[in-house]
Design a protein around this ligand. Structure first.
Ligand SMILES: *[C@@H]1O[C@H](CO)[C@@H](O)[C@H](O)[C@H]1NC(C)=O
Length: 774
C-alpha cells in the first residue's frame, strides 16, 4: 500500500520534469515574448502538476498505514488460549473468536407473560432497566461467570474453554435460569449461531417447546429485528397462543445464504442449558453436565485464590463483600474486552470527503458495555493499568493492536467504530475521525508504567521485549506527531486542536482533551495554550525515556524534552498565575458569557438558545476555571517534590468550597462561574463538577508518589492520599451496593452515580486504589 502510493508520487514528479524538459529542447529561434510565454506556461504547468501530485499524496496519507513491522505478530489460532472468548461486550452474552470473519454465538431472552411490554433482551441496553448485570469472575482466558438480574428471573451465564487442537478447541457455555419469586415461570430462551458445531444439552428443568429456523440476516447489527420477523403465532394446548419461529421467506432468493440460526426454547424455570461447541480434534471430550459443574467450581476457587494473591484485599482489611465487588469490577473490565474488525471513517484537510481507514482488527477493552461498547484511545490507557496488572499478556496484545492503527503521519484515531454491530450504536456525527484530533497519550504512559513496575518481563529475548521493540518506532511516531501537531504559538506551549466556536456553546468544547466541556478560553484562538496538554507531553517524554532506556536505545532526545517541559520556571511563565496562585490555561477569554433564548424573526423560525457575550474577551490566563486541569502539574508528577507550587496545590486541595468532596475530587471548583452549568440547551454539564475516577486515580497515584519522595510536602501528601482514597473507594462501593453498578461519574453533591452504567472502564481503577498500587 505504502510503496504503491510512493511510486505513484514519483511517477507524477518525473512526468512533470519531462514536460518542462521537452519544451527547453526546442532549439528553434523564437521571439522573446513567445519564450517568456512558453516558460511561464511551463512553470505554471509544473506548479499545477506538483500541486495535484502533492494533493493526491497528502490526501492518501491519512489512511496510509505506518510503514514498519506490525506490533501484533501472533493472532487467530496462533494464540490458542485467547482464540474463543466473550469478545462481543455489547451483548448480554455472546462468543466469537479472534478472526476477522468469526462466526458469532449469542443469547436472547424474553419473559412469556411480559413479552409485549418488555421486548426481547439482546444488546446491553440501559432502557432494559435491569437491576444489575455483569461478570463477577472472568480471567480473560479460559473461564467466566456472569450474573444477570431481570426480575422475576436470574440468569447466570458461565463458560469454560478447553483450548488446543488445530481448530481452537472446545468450549461449553452454560445458561442457568432461575426465578426469584415463583417457581415454574415460563421463560423463552433463544440461542443463535451456527447449528452444526453446537449441541444444546438441557441439563436441568423442563423444555416445553422448541422451534428453530435457518435464516438470512442482513447484518450483525440486525439480528434482533430479523428474529422478530421470523416469529409466527401458533395455537398451543397449554399456553394458548405462542410465538414460534417459522421459515425465512428471504431464503427463496437464491443469492441469500443461511447465516443466522436461532433456536427458541420455551422452558420452565429453573432451567439449565449447556451449549457445547466442539471441533472434535481434542483427546478430551467437551465438558457438560455434572462434569462441567465440577470444573466450574474448581475454576471459581482458583480464580478467587489468584485474585487475593494479586491484590491482597482481604489481607489489607477489606471485607469479603467489598473484595467481591472489586473482583466483579475487574472481571467486568476483563469480560468487557472485545475483538472488532472493520474500517474507521477518517478525514484530513486534504480529503474532500471522509475516506475509509484500512481494514484492521482491534482487541480492546471498552468503557461501557451498554453505552460505549467500542474502543476509545485514552480510556484504553487507563484500562491497561488494571488489565495489565492482571495479565501483561493481554495488555501487551491490546496495546499492540492499538499501535497497529497508527498511520504514516503518526496519528491514531481516538474512537474506534469497527464493524456493523459497533457502527449501529454511534450517532452519525461522531463517526468520522479527524487526523488533526489528538487524545491524551495515556496508553504510552501505561506501557512505560508496566516497564517500570515489571522490568523482568522485558528482559532480553523475552516475548514482551520483542513486542516492545516492534512497538518502539510506532510509539516514537505517535509521540512526535503530538509534539508537532499540537504545538502552541509560544515555545514549549501546546494547544489541543479541534475547538470550534459555533455561537451556541457557552464554552466551546475540547473533545480531544478527553475532558469534553471542561471550561477553557471562551474564544478559541491560535494563541491559546493548554496546561493539561503541556503536562501530558512531559509525561509522554518521560515515558519514552523509560521505554527507550529499557530497550537500550538512545534516550537523549526524550530526556531533553522531558527536562525542558519539567523546568518549573518555564512552566510557570506560561501557566502560573501569581494572582490566584493556581495553574491555568491561557487564551482569549472572558467570564462574561451566558446562554440566552433568541426569538426568531418569524413565528415559523421559533426560538433557540444561543450564547451571548456580555464583555469582550482579553488575552489572559483562564484562572476562573479552577479544577482538574489546574492540578495537572501535580497529577502527572511534573513538579519536583520540593516545589513551592506543589505546596500551594496541596494546601487548597481539601477545601470543600473548591475541589474536595466526600466522594472524591470534583472536576470543576464550586467557585468557578461555569460550575455545573449547561453548555447548550441540549448539553447538560459533564466535566463541570462531577467526580471522575480516572483523574482521581491520577491524583491518588501522584499523592502517593509525593508522599514517598520525601521533601517538605511529603507528610501533607500522605495525609491527603489516605483521605482521598478512602472517600473514593467508600463511595464507589456504597453506590455499587445501592444500585448494582459502577457508574461513569459520581455526583459531588451526594455521591450518587450519574451518566451511563455499567461503566466498568476507568471507574474500575478503584481496585488498584484498594490494592494501593499505581
Ligand atoms: C443454577 O443457579 C442456581 C442459583 O444461582 C444454583 O443454585 C444452581 O446450583 C445452579 N445450577 C447449576 C446446574 O449450575
Amino acid at each position: 500500500m505504502v510503496k504503491h502510493r510512493k511510486s505513484n508520487l514519483q511517477v507524477k514528479h518525473s512526468n512533470t520534469s519531462d514536460a518542462s524538459g521537452s519544451s527547453s529542447e526546442n532549439t528553434k529561434p523564437r521571439s522573446p515574448i513567445v519564450t517568456v510565454w512558453k516558460t511561464t506556461l511551463g512553470v505554471l504547468c509544473l506548479i499545477i502538476a506538483v500541486y495535484i501530485g502533492t494533493l493526491g499524496y497528502l490526501e492518501t496519507r491519512v489512511n496510509t498505514p505506518f510503514d514498519g513491522d506490525k506490533a501484533v505478530q501472533d493472532s487467530g489460532l496462533s494464540v490458542p488460549d485467547r482464540y474463543w472468548g466473550t469478545y462481543r461486550p455489547g451483548v448480554y452474552f455472546g462468543l466469537k473468536n479472534r478472526e476477522p470473519r468469526s462466526p458469532v454465538f449469542g443469547m436472547m431472552w424474553y419473559e412469556l407473560a411480559a413479552a409485549t411490554h418488555k421486548g426481547i433482551r439482546h444488546w446491553c441496553d440501559q432502557n432494559d432497566n435491569l437491576p444489575s448485570y455483569g461478570w463477577i469472575r472472568h480471567d480473560g482466558f479460559t473461564f467466566g461467570e456472569q450474573t444477570i438480574s431481570d426480575p422475576p428471573h436470574n440468569i447466570v451465564t458461565t463458560f469454560i474453554k478447553t483450548p488446543g487442537g488445530e481448530h481452537g478447541g472446545h468450549w461449553t457455555a452454560r445458561i442457568n435460569v432461575t426465578s426469584v419469586d415463583k417457581l415454574n415461570a415460563a421463560f423463552v430462551l433463544i440461542w443463535y449461531g451456527a447449528l452444526d458445531e453446537v449441541h444444546l444439552v438441557p441439563h436441568q428443568g423442563k423444555l416445553l417447546h422448541t422451534s428453530y429456523a435457518d435464516a438470512h440476516a442482513p447484518g450483525l447489527h440486525l439480528l434482533k429485528e430479523k428474529y422478530y420477523s421470523l416469529l409466527k403465532v401458533e395455537k398451543h394446548p397449554a399456553f394458548g397462543r405462542l410465538a414460534v419461529i417459522g421459515g425465512d421467506d428471504e431464503l427463496n432468493d437464491k443469492e441469500k445464504e443461511v447465516n443466522f440460526v436461532p433456536i427458541q426454547m420455551l422452558v420452565e424455570t429453573p432451567f439449565v442449558l449447556d451449549v457445547v461447541y466442539t471441533t472434535e480434534d481434542l483427546p478430551t471430550p467437551p465438558l457438560k453436565g455434572e462434569e462441567y459443574t465440577k470444573v466450574l467450581e474448581q475454576k471459581r476457587t482458583s480464580f478467587d485464590t489468584r485474585f487475593e494473591e494479586e491484590f491482597k484485599l482481604k489481607e489489607k482489611g477489606y471485607t469479603e463483600t467489598d473484595a467481591a465487588i472489586a473482583k466483579a469490577a475487574m472481571s467486568n473490565m476483563i469480560g468487557g474486552i472485545g475483538y472488532f474488525y472493520g474500517t474507521s471513517r477518517v478525514q484530513s484537510r486534504y480529503t474532500r470527503e471522509p475516506v475509509p481507514y484500512w481494514k484492521a482488527p482491534l482487541y480492546t477493552g471498552v468503557p461501557s458495555r451498554s453505552f460505549f461498547p467500542r474502543g476509545f484511545l485514552w480510556d484504553e490507557g487507563f484500562h491497561g493499568l488494571l488489565i495489565g496488572r492482571w495479565s501483561p499478556d493481554i495488555q501487551m496484545d491490546i496495546a499492540a493492536h492499538w499501535l497497529d492503527l497508527i498511520n504514516v503521519e503518526g496519528w491514531i484515531p481516538r474512537e474506534q467504530i469497527l464493524g456493523s454491530e459497533a457502527l449501529a450504536r454511534v450517532p452519525k456525527e461522531f463517526v468520522v475521525q479527524s487526523n488533526a484530533a489528538a487524545n491524551p497519550p495515556m496508553l504510552l504512559i501505561q506501557i512505560a508504567n508496566m516497564v517500570k513496575r515489571r522490568p523482568h518481563i522485558f528482559q532480553r529475548d523475552s516475548k514482551h521485549r520483542r513486542t516492545l521493540d516492534r512497538m518502539f518506532p510506532r510509539l516514537q511516531a505517535w509521540y512526535n506527531w503530538f509534539l508537532n501537531s499540537q504545538k502552541g504559538a509560544e515555545p514549549t506551549s501546546y494547544r489541543w486542536r479541534g475547538r470550534e466556536e459555533d455561537g451556541l456553546q457557552l464554552n466551546p468544547k475540547t473533545l480531544t482533551s478527553g475532558l469534553d466541556d471542561y471550561p477553557r478560553a471562551s474564544h478559541p484562538s491560535n494563541i491559546e495554550r493548554h496546561v493539561d496538554l503541556r503536562c501530558w507531553m512531559y509525561a509522554a517524554a518521560d515515558a519514552m525515556t523509560t521505554i527507550a532506556d529499557m530497550l537500550q536505545r538512545d534516550t537523549s532526545k526524550f530526556e531533553a524534552i522531558r527536562d525542558q517541559l519539567g523546568d518549573e520556571e518555564l512552566l510557570n511563565e506560561l501557566h502560573w498565575s501569581s494572582h490566584t496562585n493556581t495553574y491555568a490555561d491561557y487564551g482569549l477569554h472572558t467570564d462574561g458569557v451566558k446562554l440566552v433564548r433568541q426569538v426568531g424573526k418569524t413565528p415559523a423560525e421559533g426560538s433557540k438558545v444561543v450564547r451571548s457575550v456580555t464583555s469582550p474577551p482579553q488575552e489572559k490566563l483562564v484562572t476562573s476555571a479552577f479544577g482538574y486541569i489546574s492540578l495537572f502539574p501535580m497529577l502527572l508528577k511534573v513538579l519536583k517534590p520540593s516545589s513551592e507550587k506543589l505546596g500551594k496545590i496541596l494546601e487548597v486541595l481539601d477545601k470543600p468550597e473548591l475541589l474536595w468532596s466526600p466522594y472524591g475530587l470534583r472536576s470543576l471548583s464550586k467557585s468557578a462561574p461555569l460550575y455545573m452549568k449547561r453548555n447548550t440547551e441540549h448539553d447538560p454539564p459533564y466535566w463541570r463538577g462531577q467526580v471522575w475516577i480516572n483523574i482521581n486515580y491520577l491524583a491518588v497515584s501522584a499523592l502517593k508518589h509525593y508522599a514517598g519522595t520525601g521533601g517538605p510536602h511529603a507528610a501533607r501528601a500522605q495525609q491527603l492520599h489516605t483521605r482521598l482514597k478512602a472517600n473514593l473507594v467508600g463511595n464507589i462501593i456504597s453506590q455499587y451496593k445501592k444500585t448494582g453498578y459502577l457508574w461513569e461519574q459520581y455526583s459531588d453533591q451526594d455521591g450518587r452515580g450519574s451518566g451511563c452504567k455499567p461503566f466498568t472502564g476507568w471507574t474500575a481503577l478503584f481496585v488498584l486504589m484498594m490494592a494501593d498500587e499505581y
